[in-house]
Design a protein around this ligand. Sequence first.
Ligand code: PGA
Length: 256
Amino acid sequence: MRRYLIAGNWKMNTTREEGTELAKAIAAGSSNATATVDVLICPPFPYLIPITEAVAGTQVQVGAQNCHFEASGAFTGETSLEMLTDVGASSVILGHSERRHVFGETDADINRKVLKTLEKGLQAVLCVGELLEEEESGLTKSVLDRQMDGGLKDVSAEAMANVVIAYEPVWAIGTGKTATPEQAESAHDHLRKWLESRYSADVANATRILYGGSVKPNNAEDLLSQPNVDGALVGGASLIPENFLPIIEAGVKVSS
Ligand code: PGA
């Protein structure tokens, strides 16, 4: 039985004070829910320490939105996994569509980060998803296959225990246009089958596949009810407790 994961990707938002208040409100509002579902928040790098402190003693996990694969050295502007571990991050979002399409990250770049994340014992949340024109050309499944092949190259079956996949159709991110539950289920089912053929039925059954792209309180339950949707990666709605907490509650509801 896969445990739902509701993850908040704060992107480049909040001040330190706003982030700390948001984290505290999420921790307080989800204290019962975390018995049933996992809750992860991913603030900007500079706030990892205050946010980790703000949720200390609660079940809310804290993650980063990116990392570099080298441990240290002349990599101006980058943050290593050693640093992330040092400040208490337990997960890293990798291959987010904004990293791929705004900052030009390739599947090979993402793979190096995934491998290093797993080597350091952190959870990798690997994002995959097609662009609008790819969806319209019927290329969704081949794009997903390419991103899975590339992102998970050389990742062992054992290491998959620390991998979460997030299906995020790019056309649904920040647009208010959500994939229908059927569209999400179709992509998730495809990803599950990819995991089974690349690894095994056990790995496919154990790996969580989140949906992301305009998840809101009013669509969360329908999306999470799909058999192959194991949680949500939430952007805009994760910045407001009144929006994020009901999504967590939807996860609790569909778990029971
Ligand atoms: P959104 O972002 O919920 O604002 O669409 C999702 C994401 O980018 O992870």
